[in-house]
Write a protein that binds this ligand. Structure first.
Ligand code: UDP
Length: 463
């Protein structure tokens, strides 16, 4: 159905505005969704903040329009995600979201472009619904985390009522029987100290969905059937669509990385035997302390396995560009490679990669599943714990590395995943799961149907 939404000459008849939350794990799926909509004949305008602004040259076919974000320099460089989010939302909501309204009004008024049908925004951008309503623009919400994660938003009041929350040290491993397979420790808000603020944020995210013209979740029906069904039952929005994994939906190859991807690592992978390499990356935000960093370095070394390890400049708390321990480089020569940022989807798709040690951000989880790669899971915050739980319990394609990070444990976990029977069984299940991804993406598959429905729905929305 490519180009189905263009006119007879193939020119777009409608335009969508997209507004991602400016963090890597949110920018990627939003731009992937925009690619898929563009492939199907819609024009795209991307709103972005100055903070973590995407590189417009990666997508010359899109328009990029800045929105003032009000994040002070020292907050922007602090690495404090919640602080940045608070500053951004406060600035965008100031004076009744006047600045954002102004941007939206001028985007709508741009008559060199096809008329705007709607704005697709990240549900964490709290100022969007009001500003969009003020200029008469319909909204669609993109959730970049799992359906299970949004299900937990909905369950928050129930979890309080039933005494699971606020969490107690003593009930961390208690199963939440209303939300299998989760335990109290897997609920992302267990880690939040300010429950009032949390409850307010969750309520606003839910309200944004309820007041929208539709909800898009980066997942697919066969992956989270019960979780999606629950959301479809509880919301009366016109559509709840699951066209994921979004990175597989468009044939476009350009990425949206905020850091430069080290593509030489692919040449290095080309020289390694099939399934021999453990890929190690903790995403764009999770970090280690200096001691954990050393334990990881020696654990990987002592495992005897080949590895490709992403060490971001800010991976180690308190150290810029951390140094490796004495003897590390010599010990791993030829079988260990360290890079600053990976072309991750390409790495995971490479035949030399046999395992992924991940923090289980939702994108990394989906990307791993899409390429049949089993996982060692080391979640830190937000939805990472619940993603780990699904990986281990529901899909059986990985296991958690729990407790203090120690080299001996890392060595054992690496061996388990890469050479032992249990690892092989996970690899088999990962293959089956990859087939389900393939089924959903095939013509007539659930994700293709969902994206086509979304395009139709967008075309039916008018100013
Ligand atoms: N990523 C990448 N190169 C890296 C590490 C991560 O391109 O070296 C990408 C990864 O493919 C994913 C995103 O960054 O799309 C991280 O999102 P995720 O939800 O996994 O984690 P977050 O960074 O939000 O914690």
């Amino acid at each position: 159905e490519a180009r189905s939404s263009g006119d007879a000459g193939g020119r777009p008849r409608r335009r969508v505005v997209v507004f991602p939350l400016p963090f890597q794990g949110h920018i990627n799926p939003m731009l992937q969704l925009a690619d898929a909509l563009h492939d199907r004949g819609l024009a795209v305008t991307v709103l972005h903040t100055g903070f973590n602004a995407p590189d417009p040259t990666c997508r010359p076919e899109f328009r990029f329009v800045p929105v003032p974000d009000g994040v002070p320099g020292e907050v922007a460089t602090s690495g404090d995600v919640i602080g940045i989010l608070d500053a951004m939302n406060a600035a965008m909501e100031a004076e009744d979201s006047a600045a954002l309204q102004g941007v939206l009004a001028s985007v709508i008024a741009d008559d060199e472009q096809p008329p705007v049908a709607c704005i697709v925004f990240d549900s964490n951008l709290l100022a969007v619904p009001r500003a969009a309503a003020a200029v008469g623009l319909k909204t669609l919400v993109l959730r970049t985390a799992s359906a299970a994660c949004f299900g937990c938003f909905l369950a928050y009041p129930m979890l309080h009522r039933k005494g699971y929350l606020p969490p107690q040290e003593s009930n961390m491993y208690m199963p939440v029987k209303e939300l299998p397979p989760l335990r109290v420790r897997d609920l992302f808000y267990s880690s939040w100290s300010d429950q009032n603020k949390m409850s307010n944020l969750l309520a606003r995210a839910i309200e944004a969905v309820n007041n929208s013209s539709g909800l898009v979740i980066n997942t697919f029906d066969a992956l989270e059937p019960a979780e999606l069904e629950k959301i479809r039952k509880e919301f009366c929005v016109p559509v709840v669509l699951a066209p994921g994994p979004l990175h597989k939906l468009s044939s476009k190859s350009t990425g949206s990385s905020l850091l430069n991807e080290d593509c030489d690592c692919i040449k290095w992978l080309d020289k390694q035997p099939p399934k021999s390499v453990l890929y190690v990356s903790f995403g764009s935000l999770a970090s280690l302390n200096a001691n954990e960093f050393l334990e990881v370095a020696w654990g990987l070394t002592n495992s005897g396995h080949s590895f490709l390890w992403v060490v971001r400049p800010d991976l180690v708390r308190g150290l810029d560009n951390p140094g490796f321990p004495n003897g590390f480089e010599a010990a791993v020569e030829g079988r260990g490679k360290v890079i600053r940022w990976a072309p991750q989807q390409e790495v995971l798709a490479h035949s030399a990669v046999g395992g992924f040690w991940t923090h289980n951000g939702w994108n990394s989880t989906l990307e791993s599943i899409s390429e049949r790669i089993p996982m060692i899971c080391r979640p830190q915050f937000a939805d990472q714990m619940m993603n780990t739980r699904y990986v281990e319990k529901t899909w059986g394609v990985g296991f958690e590395l729990e407790g203090e990070l120690k080299r001996g444990k890392i060595e054992k976990a690496t061996r388990k995943l890469m050479e032992e029977r249990e690892g092989d069984e996970m690899r088999e299940r990962a293959k089956e799961l990859k087939n389900k991804v393939g089924d959903s993406l095939r013509v007539g598959g659930s994700s293709q149907i969902a994206i086509d429905k979304l395009v139709k729905h967008i075309l039916s929305l008018s100013l």
